[in-house]
Design a protein. Structure first.
Length: 122
């Protein structure tokens, strides 16, 4: 079970790191030209991207370093909350990314339950 948790943690962290990093680094929205009126990425979206990057680091670093490994559970809970909001948003907009957000939500819940029940962190 430890290996399964590590694999899921690394995959989820990579997905959040890449998606969050794109939200932080990109200058314009996908499909928009820099001169258009609504081309810039809004500040709340950039802040959400920063939170996703920090959450990705929070899934890996505490357990890898052994410093406050309980923070991995906190990061999993927080990323799960973000995915609940994202799922509602994608559901309202009838977006194709609903399956990805629900998958990430299930994996975040798996990480949290895995560390609370199967492999408790010290």
């Amino acid at each position: 079970m430890v290996i399964a948790l590590w694999i899921v943690r690394v995959v989820v962290a990579l997905v959040f790191f890449v998606i969050g990093g794109m939200k932080v680094i990109r200058r314009t929205r996908p499909g928009k030209k820099p001169g258009e009126a609504d081309a810039a990425i809004p500040v709340p979206m950039r802040l959400l991207g920063g939170a996703e990057v920090l959450g990705a680091l929070g899934l890996i670093l505490p357990v890898a370093t052994g410093i406050a490994p309980v923070l991995t559970i906190a990061a999993g809970v927080c990323l799960g909350i973000v995915m609940v909001g994202a799922s509602i948003l994608h559901l309202l907009h009838r977006d194709k990314l609903l399956a990805l957000t629900l998958t990430l939500l299930v994996l975040a819940v798996f990480i949290v339950i895995g560390h609370l029940v199967w492999v408790p962190l010290v």
